[in-house]
Design a protein around this ligand. Structure first.
Ligand SMILES: Cc1cc2nc3c(=O)[nH]c(=O)nc-3n(C[C@H](O)[C@H](O)[C@H](O)COP(=O)(O)O)c2cc1C
Length: 192
């Protein structure tokens, strides 16, 4: 199927017989437990002996709590601002989270990364890995697998260009001093 409403095929086998795309959405929502809490994270930590990463952390106090539980890494993410359209951007909250736990946890970031410069700014502010959602999806829509590769190569070229412009030859040379950042504005935007 190359057109029409997205079908969520990985959920379809578990959905009620004959569910259409809208019913499937309701079914998926019904399977997400709203009562998930920090006790669950502690239990997952005990059960899972390998590296554990929490996605969707946007507050410094949550980041500290995750570090205390022994979570290894955080994906600072607002899920692409698809859940709360008033959520701050991950980049806005990254510096305070980095200051609080950056020495104990691997920080990653996604959400709103559209240019090579966005990738570099996030690296400057403490993220070790940057992830993409829609940029490569848009590439897929435009040109299939080759489109996704094209989107990645555009970003790659932009990263190289910006690195040349700021006089950096390797990523480990990046740091916050490359970013003009208004501390007062940052504090105003921080979630309380
Ligand atoms: C269509 C779509 C569905 C998504 N579904 C989920 C999901 O089920 N769980 C989740 O953690 N994030 C989900 N995300 C968020 C992505 O994993 C990712 O955090 C986000 O797309 C990154 O932002 P960006 O698209 O601006 O790069 C979804 C994103 C899109 C576009």
């Amino acid at each position: 199927m190359r057109h029409g409403i997205a079908k969520l095929p990985n959920w379809a086998p578990y959905a009620p017989e004959g569910a259409d795309a809208n019913m499937l959405g309701e079914f998926v929502s019904s399977q997400i437990r709203g009562s998930l809490n920090w006790n669950d994270i502690e239990n997952f930590r005990k059960l899972w002996p390998r590296k554990m990463v929490l996605k969707g952390v946007m507050r410094t106090d949550d980041a500290i709590r995750a570090a205390e539980i022994g979570v290894d890494g955080l994906m600072v993410s607002n899920h692409g601002a698809r859940q709360l359209d008033r959520a701050p951007s991950p980049l806005d909250v990254l510096p305070s989270i980095n200051a609080a736990v950056g020495d104990r946890m691997t920080l990653m970031l996604d959400g709103g990364v559209r240019r090579g410069s966005d990738v570099l700014i996030a690296l400057c502010m403490g993220a070790k890995f940057i992830f993409l959602g829609r940029p490569t999806l848009y590439g897929v829509v435009a040109g299939g697998v080759a489109g996704a590769s094209k989107a990645a190569s555009i970003l790659r070229n932009e990263i190289d260009l910006v690195m040349a412009q700021i006089g950096v030859t390797s990523l480990d040379q990046l740091g916050p001093d490359f970013v003009h950042w208004d501390e007062d504005e940052l504090r105003r935007n921080m979630p309380r």
